[in-house]
Write a new protein. Sequence first.
Length: 240
Amino acid sequence: MLGALRSADEPLGVIDVAHRLGVHANTARFHLDGLVAEGIVVRTLTEPDGPGRPRSVYAPRPGMNRAGGRDYLFLSRILLSRLAADGASAADDAREAGQAWGRHLASSPQPFQRPPSADEAVGRLTGLLADLDFSPEPDAEAPDKSLRLRHCPFLELAEEFGGVVCPVHLGLMQGALDQMGAPITAVGLEPFAEPDACVVRLARRTAPGVERKPSAAGIAPAAGTAASNTGYRHSNKNRT
């Protein structure tokens, strides 16, 4: 059906398509309307040559077919493999990218509004991480000291390219807290520190507006793994 429309020099009516394919007009109309509903084909009306109603004609929608599959995971692996090849600088570059996006996603205090307290900042950070599908869980006894991430929206990529993906997560939290004017910041992230969670370490800033920059991008190697020249590679050892 779509091939018949693509091979035509002009839009075709239902009868035209039916004749080309050797099918009943009702069959052609049914499938053409289905292609219109999927957004693959456009239907327009043409003025009749004489008395009568306008005629519906069909043509392929201009541009690439948007009904095909997507593989953004593959694209991400291509880009991450190139970034990871930069070695030691890759983690810092990734963390800086995360910081920029964290500042973009978080809101600044309004003029003359006091900055949030540590507890308020943790609450707002938790809300942001929840919106991003990290399933955050502040420490019940010391919510301003650590929180757990029960879900990773980039799990497969973090397992393969943790040396650059995890610093993005850390930077995201740092940038968000910085944008809020929070008195605390994220100083470390322990990937897969527990069988079902990554652990974020929080601490008070050394001075207002001054970020505590952790070494090695603040990312600890996952339990049972070792650092490599492309970053920390994570295994499934602690994940069930």
